[in-house]
Design a protein around this ligand. Structure first.
Ligand code: ADP
Ligand code: GLC
Length: 487
């Protein structure tokens, strides 16, 4: 089966978060289920630089008023289309924000254009390639199915929600500029509290909706986690499924990771120490024996990093050290830096985003802290497990089902892998940090947790098969519909 995956980021070409990890690794896993995925992504400068072997296959003279060329090729085992539209994507900054961190003012047009191009491909634009199914991800590609339905294109569409907090909400006056008729401005399609919502349009027009963990699939049906879309999701609940993310076991493997000073595995865990020494030096921290608790994450309210700024002293007063590496909201960055300033040599906060450092932190730390207020799936806790770090996480979304709390029962059954806390507030986090520190001082129990974590397998196999089953079902249903129509 031929699948078109439409995404605004894809590892290793462009990444701001877990979305890229998923769109970069799922196609490979789907191959063994008989799915041939080609991914469409925007031609950001970094993408074009790295992927200079892509060749033009089609030109758009008027893609929402802009010139664009569709490039095609293979990169790192992935089949790709790149939408080269210089007026929309060739500019400094990141995929969504400019160099000052402000949203690009024309994001509404940039991602509408991406979706429009995807819809044209689905509708048979290319003489030699048409997908049997389209898979869109988050609001940035959600309009694809809206355009497809307007074109009368019946190719089935799966939309995956990676994060409901970002919805692509714009003024309804943009409708004409994105080439959609007024008839799409209804509560059954794009209309959203007087505006238009790209994500809502996608949720209303896709054939199946998935999200990245079964727990988050349930949570988003409630007003607390539904971010205003719980009503829509409840109406479509029969088409909603939670499928937990896998990780790329080749990219995240401490035994072969090229970014580590010293490779190691479950039987050579002692070698983590060499990584830890390099890590502590790199972050300017004292090199004593206390545990290293780290966070590699977006520094935002979602990730609960304000709570970590308030509770870090729990770790530091007990002889631990803290490394925070990430980027995000200015206020939260400042709060973390203020805490670090009180503990020179014991807590380091580095504002930045860089893949090798993220790998080194997992290799050199003892625990990874992820106190998210909501977390659709979360990948850092899975990387932590694989690298022999013990995750300390809130009990929400994917965190609640990928980590087994180290309570007495789970410890004696030898299945525990980390520490969970609930309710998700600073007191809860403080208590979990305390429990983790207590366990750390019991070397045998800590080693047991590390080993149990390293044994858990979050490969894509099972989850990819679940996506494949949905793909097959939708295509089978479509063929059935067409036959019924012919009869
Ligand atoms: P989200 O997508 O919500 O940010 P995930 O846990 O799913 O959360 O994925 C985060 C991804 O981004 C992981 O691959 C993680 O390693 C990476 N990441 C987060 N912060 C940084 C950073 N400062 N530098 C490099 N990679 C980072
Ligand atoms: C989002 C979510 C995160 C998830 C990732 C990949 O960014 O915040 O929880 O792991 O997408 O699906």
């Amino acid at each position: 089966m031929k699948v078109l995956s439409v995404t605004s980021e894809l590892f290793p070409l462009v990444k701001t978060g877990g979305l890229a990890d998923v769109t970069g690794s799922l196609p490979k896993a789907l191959m063994s289920c008989g799915m041939e995925t080609t991914s469409l992504l925007p031609g950001y400068p970094g993408v074009k630089q790295q992927f200079d072997t892509a060749v033009p296959v089609m030109h758009f003279d008027n893609l929402l008023g802009e010139q664009a060329t569709l490039l095609r090729g293979e990169f790192d085992g992935l089949d790709l289309f790149v939408l080269d539209a210089p007026a929309l994507f060739d500019r400094p900054g990141g995929p969504y924000v400019d160099a000052d961190g402000n949203d690009h003012a024309d994001n509404w047009k940039r991602f509408a254009a991406l979706s429009r191009a995807a819809a044209e491909i689905a509708n048979g634009l290319l003489p030699d390639w048409q997908p049997d199914l389209v898979h869109t991800h988050d609001w940035q590609s959600a309009l694809t199915s809206v355009y497809m339905r307007e074109m009368g294109c019946k190719v089935p569409v799966v939309i995956t929600i990676h994060n409901l907090a970002f919805q692509g909400q714009y003024g309804a006056d943009r409708l004409n500029a994105i080439g959609l008729p007024d008839s799409t401005y209804t509560t059954e399609c794009l209309e959203y509290f007087g505006d238009i919502s790209y994500l809502k349009g996608g949720l209303q027009t896709a054939d199946a909706i998935t999200t990245v963990s079964p727990t988050y699939a349930r949570e988003i049906l409630t007003p607390r986690f539904g971010m205003g879309l719980d009503g829509v999701l409840n109406e479509r609940v029969m088409s909603l499924r939670g499928i937990v993310n896998g990780i790329d076991l080749d990219v995240w493997d401490p035994a072969t990771d090229p970014f580590l000073p010293r490779n190691y595995g479950a039987t050579t865990l002692k070698r983590k120490r060499e990584n830890r020494n390099v890590l502590l030096q790199r972050f300017g921290l004292e090199e004593d024996d206390g545990p290293v608790f780290s966070a590699v994450t977006r520094l935002t309210w979602q990730k609960g990093m304000d709570m970590f700024a308030d509770t870090a002293d729990e770790v530091l007063y007990r002889g631990g050290k803290i490394i925070v590496f990430g980027k995000g909201d200015h206020e939260i960055e400042e709060a973390l830096k203020r805490t670090a300033a009180r503990f020179p040599g014991r807590m380091a906060v580095h504002i930045g985003y860089d893949e090798p450092t993220a790998h080194l932190i997992h290799a050199g730390s003892d625990a990874i802290v992820q106190p998210s207020r909501f977390e659709p799936c979360g990948l850092t806790q899975l990387y932590a497990l694989r690298y022999g770090c013990v995750p300390v996480v809130s009990r929400t979304g994917g965190l609640s089902e990928t980590i087994i709390d180290a309570n007495d029962a789970a410890m004696s059954a030898r299945v525990a892998t980390g520490f969970q806390f609930h309710p998700v507030n600073p007191d809860g986090l403080r208590l979990a940090l305390r429990r983790a520190l207590d366990t750390y001082s019991d070397t045998r129990n800590w080693a047991r947790l590390q080993n149990q974590g390293m044994k858990t397998r979050f490969s894509w196999e099972r989850s990819a098969e679940k996506y494949a089953a949905i793909y097959r079902e939708l295509v089978r249903r479509r063929v059935g519909d067409a036959q019924a129509f012919d009869a």
